[in-house]
Structure formats: structure tokens, C-alpha cells
Design a protein around this ligand. Structure first.
Ligand code: TRP
Length: 330
């Protein structure tokens, strides 16, 4: 067990697909086995795009249930809802005052909105609310509130973690050593997880395999993976196959070696390979799907976990916030 404190937030915007699960959630759950981990559902961060309370609430339960069903170790991991800790909003208000406006202007996601508006001939800030503009400050508050050392995130979030580090530095310089400087940890060893058409699995390509769909739907999706028209007896290159690449994420080394060899040799057609892939994926996901459904039918169990997590997180948050308040206001 390392001494490092790990923290990450997940926005409640819907159930992840298989690519997110294999590439992000599974590594996080693994990391939480060996580190004290704060893992929260970033419902406040969803507010700049989702203006529907019921939707945020539903997605919050979905993410919590999924993490629990996928085996998040609740001994090491503190699972909570961001908005249950009022100190995060208070700390964000404080941090606003040491955060240069120019830093926010450089944020990738804000810049992307500006570029889109400019290309469309609109006002630079059309459709940009202050939730989007100050998103990095709230995220810095999340990270700094819990004495975080390491923030495992996707590459798209790296800049936000660097901003949190910058903001901590500005604060420490003015008010004395108060915050630890966090570091991003970008997962990369999972490689690209291909979608049905062979491109990176992504909602924007509409090529995803859903994580928790019924078995027959999962099978239909997998049977729809695009291949060339080689016959079963023609040789096939396992390195160029979406089927094999997906299989690799659900099999151990021996199973993978065996599958690759049979795939390359004459005899195995694409239909058979897909059926074997389905069996593997389905065997891995069935227990997760069943536990997820059980939890969603028993929301009180989710509430209890989130309440215990909030209580734990709040105790730490209060201490940090009180130190900040004392440093800034006496
Ligand atoms: N912005 C992150 C995302 O969109 C979610 C998030 C919010 C987060 N607060 C965080 C991630 C703090 C890491 C640490 O994915």
C-alpha cells in the first residue's frame, strides 16, 4: 500500500462504453486496490452542460452502481458525490482570487468553444457559461481539498491537473505552504481500444459496444464488427484484426496466444472468431451487469455507500478549508 493519495472525478454523463471501461475504469479500480483513493462523481462539473436535475441524478446512481459492481474496493476508496461536500464550492470561491484570468483563457475546452464560435462567425463567447469558463478552478478545488498526490486522468484532462498545480503554487507563494502539488497520471499501457469499425472506440464515431446492455444486444453488436471478406481457410493477420485486439483486453496471455494462433491458421472464420470474442466479453461482463442491476434496484444501498464516503471526505475537506480560510481571512 503506497502512501500516496490518489484522487479522480467522473462526470455523470451516462454509462461508459466498453472502451472507457477497459481503458479508464478498470485501471482506476485496480489502482484503488493499492492506494488511498478518493473517487467522486463530479455532478457539479456536469452542470455546465446538463440543466436537468433528474438526468444528473440518474447518471450519478449509474456511475456509483457501476463502480461498485465492477469491484471498487471500498476499504481503500472513498466513493462520494462531489456536491455533498460544500467545502469544494467554498474552496473554489477562494481559489478564484489567486487564479489569473489568462490561465482560464488558455484552457483547451474553453478554447475549443471559442474556436468553434469563431469558425461559425459567432460572438467569441457565444454559449459559454461561467461554469465552463471556471471549470478548471472547481477542478483545482477538488484536487487540492484532499491533499492529493496523484490524479489519474485521460490525456484530455492533463492540462486541468497542471492548472491545479499552478493554482496551488500561486496560493502557496502568497499565503505560505498550504497545498501539496498534485501530478497527473495518464494511463497509456492499455493501447487504443478499437470500435466496431476498427477506429478508436468513441461515441463520436458511433462505433461503441455498450457495457451493460442485455446479452443478446451485446452479441448483435459484436457480430457486427467490420471485417474484410476473407474465407475461413484463408490466412489472417491477427495484428490487423479488431476482433483480436478486443479479445486481448478480456483474455489472459495463454488464452490470447491460443486465439491468435487459431485465428491466423486456416479453419477459423470471422463468424467463429466473433462468437468466441462474445463468449469471453460476456463472461467478464455478466457478473458486473448482474450486480449493477441488483444495485440499481436497491438505491438505498448506493445511498449508504455515498453517505459514508461523504462523511469521510467531509472530515478531510473541513480541515483543509479551515486552514485556507484562516490563511486568507484570519
Ligand atoms: N473534468 C474531469 C472529466 O471531465 C472530471 C473531474 C472533475 C475530475 N473533477 C476532477 C478528474 C478532479 C480528476 C480530478 O473527466
Amino acid at each position: 500500500m503506497s502512501e500516496k493519495i490518489v484522487l479522480t472525478g467522473i462526470k455523470p454523463t451516462g454509462i461508459p462504453h466498453i472502451g472507457n471501461y477497459v481503458g479508464a475504469l478498470k485501471p482506476l479500480i485496480e489502482m484503488a486496490r493499492h492506494n488511498k483513493t478518493y473517487m467522486f462523481i463530479a455532478d457539479l462539473h456536469a452542470l455546465n452542460t446538463i440543466h436537468d436535475a433528474a438526468q444528473i441524478r440518474r447518471h450519478t446512481y449509474e456511475i456509483a452502481a457501476l463502480l461498485m459492481a465492477a469491484g471498487l474496493d471500498l476499504e481503500n476508496a472513498v466513493l462520494f458525490r462531489q456536491s455533498d461536500i460544500v467545502q469544494v464550492s467554498q474552496l473554489a470561491t477562494m481559489l478564484m482570487n489567486v487564479t489569473p484570468k489568462g490561465l482560464m483563457n488558455r484552457a483547451h475546452s474553453y478554447k475549443a468553444s471559442v474556436d468553434k464560435n469563431t469558425a461559425a462567425g459567432l460572438d467569441t463567447d457565444a454559449g459559454v457559461n461561467m461554469g465552463l469558463y471556471t471549470y478548471p478552478v472547481l477542478m483545482a478545488a477538488d484536487i487540492l481539498l484532499y491533499g492529493t498526490d496523484i490524479v489519474p486522468v485521460g490525456a484530455d484532462q492533463k492540462q486541468h491537473v497542471e492548472f491545479a498545480r499552478d493554482i496551488a503554487g500561486y496560493f502557496n507563494k502568497i499565503y505560505g505552504e498550504t497545498f501539496k502539488l498534485p501530478e497527473p497520471a495518464i494511463g497509456q499501457d492499455t493501447g487504443i481500444i478499437p470500435g466496431l469499425d476498427g477506429r478508436k472506440m468513441s461515441k463520436s464515431y458511433d462505433n461503441t459496444i455498450p457495457l451493460l446492455c442485455p446479452e443478446n444486444e451485446l452479441k448483435k453488436k459484436i457480430m457486427r464488427i467490420i471485417t474484410d471478406s476473407k474465407m475461413p481457410d484463408e490466412p489472417k493477420d491477427p495484428d490487423a484484426s479488431t476482433i483480436v485486439q478486443l479479445y486481448a483486453h478480456f483474455a489472459n496471455a495463454d488464452e490470447l496466444a491460443d486465439f491468435r494462433a487459431r485465428f491466423a491458421a486456416p479453419g477459423m472464420g470471422y463468424g467463429m472468431a466473433k462468437t468466441e470474442l462474445f463468449d469471453k466479453v460476456n463472461a467478464a461482463l455478466t457478473p458486473v451487469r448482474m450486480e449493477y442491476e441488483r444495485l440499481m434496484a436497491n438505491p438505498a444501498e448506493i445511498d449508504a455507500v455515498l453517505a459514508a464516503g461523504a462523511e469521510h471526505a467531509r472530515a478531510v475537506a473541513e480541515q483543509t478549508y479551515n486552514r485556507v480560510k484562516h490563511a486568507m481571512l484570519g
